[in-house]
Write a protein that binds this ligand. Structure first.
Ligand code: PRX
Length: 651
């Protein structure tokens, strides 16, 4: 029931009194300044973060250059910069492993800024000894362990470009990423804890390297003797041995690079089968994540920030690693699943460590709702002062539950909209400045100029649904798709000339609040994972029984969207439960278990236009059990729809 919920929630007087930005007028003034006087704005707000630079920006969309003249090393800006300050021995990260004993016995590690810096310098020395240098690409395939962050920052220290691949990806997906970016080395671990079991990781790497060889593999021992791994001599090294082999005389000198030097590549799903390597650059990205971490979380020196995203996704890059560390904040990282060993785990973690900011995804919040209030009820959550949400729309129901049950009614919630491509948050409600409106994301962050437009590019009226675009460059925007500039232009700039096209539809209310409604392209958001329908179809198509397939999303209470695949079979194949399972397993094998379809529906034919294009709109309606709406005149064979519906009725 949502009727009795307020539609506006103002920050409390207490929160507002301590906030960095305390009212809408102040927010508006600064936002305006960030657009009309970016030079003055960024110089003041970044306060030396990037060192010296001459000009805030040259060039327009799609190819701006930001902070022209900056020379820096992002690992220095995140670490060394703090060592001569009172932050030197402050916790940079607090880690908790997954296994938990009945009395709450857990393994934890804390690394201060001094210690994290030392580990990064050592590991950078190890990579340098293996020949990794500026511009080289390195794949990081690890779970949530401190060394994953060490590995990222060590690459950056050398000017090398990391590409973190989420540990849930299968060997096929890993090898295609290794090949696409031409990686020289892979950094991994023997295995990782996940929901009470050990996931083998090194063996997945071994499999991936059969078709995508690299020079070096560095393996962290996380699990130890119980998980035997094969080490290929000449190629594979244990992490500790690699560190021992470094040249200690090389010191920790960080390679200074131009502000536009690539920082990392992160693969994400688009509307074709091949994932795209979103490329971010050093200075602009760091500026964006630094400022948004500080302002959207209204960061205080004493905060402990827990962003629950895996470092394999952009949220983990920006709000576990770069944004918080650039600000000298303390972060918490947790290795495992939210319900290991039971659904109270998150709340015990918050109590145990005194987490003050929790940043998580609606799909997790909906799962917690379902597991029941008794779980958070067992822990003391009084240390929390701010909550965040990211990854998909958080509907009013989940918003209010989060606010009341986790936030005790006292913590503002920032619903942040952004993308892998935007690098940092673009829309939210600054927590001390403006009211939150559950269901609506909020207002543009600094330097961000968004609009909702019609197909012809004209502005929509208030509350009219249209396409969400960005009208001018912002510092942390992607610079290109690695090795595929055409795809960069075609995907983001060709659809709406003059603008960056987000792929989302949205509307803006009379008050300026943006409500993001979802993707208009062939990208799904399943349990917070961004999945391209074409990627799934390509994986389904590798099963020998499959003739053709079409993947669509259907609304799902828990996952946001569930993945439904319509499949036609080759002649002579029998549609049965065994085949259904085999196709699901095939997707897990090709992409990863997280992408396994929720439902496989066999059909004799797929609805197509006369030119042979699959009409996904109809399939979506059928998957959702809705009546067919809209124009069916371009459909080649209307009988197909009837047959699909009949199939639907049987299930
Ligand atoms: O559709 C939007 C949705 O997630 C997409 C971006 O996915 P990804 O690149 O994986 O990045 C997710 C984490 C930043 C967007 O195009 N999305 C993200 N945040 C929100 C959202 N939809 C609604 N509200 C949000 N707060």
């Amino acid at each position: 029931m949502t009727e009795d919920h307020p539609t506006h929630i103002d920050p409390s007087a207490e929160f507002r009194a301590r906030a960095r930005i305390r009212d809408r007028a102040d927010y508006e003034a600064r936002h305006q300044e960030s657009l009309v006087d970016p030079e003055g704005f960024w110089r003041r707000e970044l306060a030396g973060l990037l060192g010296d630079w001459q000009q805030v920006r040259t060039g327009e969309l799609p190819h701006p250059r930001w902070f022209v003249g900056a020379r820096l090393n992002v690992s220095e800006r995140c670490l060394d910069r703090h060592l001569d300050t009172p932050l030197r021995h402050k916790a940079a990260l607090i880690w908790e492993g997954e296994p938990e004993g009945p009395q709450g016995q857990v393994e934890t590690r804390t690394l201060t800024y001094f210690e994290l810096h030392r580990e990064v310098v050592r590991f950078a020395g190890a990579l340098a000894a293996l020949g990794v240098g500026s511009g080289d690409r390195v794949i990081i395939y690890m779970g949530m362990v401190p060394e994953a962050i060490v590995a990222m920052l060590a690459c950056v220290r050398l000017g090398a470009v990391h590409s973190v691949v989420f540990g849930g990806f299968a060997a096929e997906a890993l090898s295609s990423r290794i090949l696409d970016c031409g990686a020289r080395a892979v950094i991994t671990q023997d295995g990782a804890w996940r929901r009470g079991t050990v996931l083998a990781m090194k063996s997945v790497v071994d499999k991936a390297l059969e078709s995508a060889p690299v020079d070096h593999v560095v393996v962290l021992r996380r699990i130890g003797e119980t998980l035997p791994v094969t080490m290929q001599s000449g190629r594979d090294l244990w992490w500790d041995d690699a560190v021992d082999l470094r040249d200690p005389t090389r010191g920790g000198a960080a390679v200074q690079v131009d502000g536009e030097h690539p920082l990392f590549i992160l693969y994400t799903s688009g509307s074709t089968g091949k994932p795209k390597g979103v490329l971010h650059s050093c200075a602009g990205y760091l500026a964006g994540v630094y400022l948004t971490t500080r302002e959207a979380f209204d960061l205080r020196p004493e905060d402990l920030l827990w962003c629950t995203a895996d470092i394999g996704w952009i949220t983990g890059h920006s709000y576990v690693v770069y944004g918080p560390l650039a600000n000298g904040a303390s972060i918490l990282i947790y290795e495992g699943a939210p319900n290991a060993p039971d659904p109270g785990r998150f709340w015990r973690i918050i109590e145990r460590h005194g987490v003050s900011i929790l940043y998580t995804a609606p799909t997790a919040i909906r799962a917690f709702m379902r597991w029941g209030d008794q779980w958070p009820g067992k822990s003391d959550l009084a240390s929390l002062r701010l909550l965040g949400s990211v990854g998909e729309p958080i509907g009013p129901e989940a918003w209010h539950w989060y606010h009341r049950t986790i936030g005790g009614g006292r913590c503002p919630i920032v619903d942040t909209w952004w993308q892998t491509e935007t690098g940092s948050m673009m829309l939210t409600t600054l927590p001390g400045a403006v009211a939150a409106k559950p269901g609506s994301t909020g207002l543009p962050l600094f330097g961000v100029d968004v609009a909702v437009v019609r197909a012809d590019g004209s502005d929509c009226a208030p509350d009219e649904t249209g396409l969400l675009v960005v009208r001018r460059p912002w510092p942390s925007m992607l610079r290109t798709i690695y090795g595929n500039e055409e795809r960069f232009i075609a995907g983001y700039f060709a659809p709406m000339p003059g603008f960056y096209f987000t792929g989302d539809s949205a509307r803006i209310d009379a008050d300026g609040y943006v409500t993001v409604l979802g993707r208009v392209d062939d990208v799904l958001n399943v349990a917070g994972h961004r999945i391209g329908t074409a990627e799934i179809e390509a994986a389904v198509g590798t099963h020998p029984a499959v003739a053709e397939s079409a993947a669509v999303g259907r609304p799902d209470d828990l996952k946001g969207q569930a993945l439904v695949v319509f499949v036609t079979l080759r002649m002579g194949q029998t549609a049965d439960a065994g085949l259904r399972e085999a196709i699901r397993a095939q997707v897990a094998h090709e992409v990863g278990k997280f992408a396994r379809p929720d439902e496989i529906r066999f059909t004799d034919a797929l609805p197509k236009t006369r030119s042979g294009k699959i009409m996904r709109r109809f399939l979506k309606e059928i998957a959702a059990g809705k009546a067919t709406t809209g124009d069916t005149s371009t459909l080649e064979d209307l009988g197909v729809l009837a047959a699909l519906r009949a199939g639907n009725a049987e299930e």
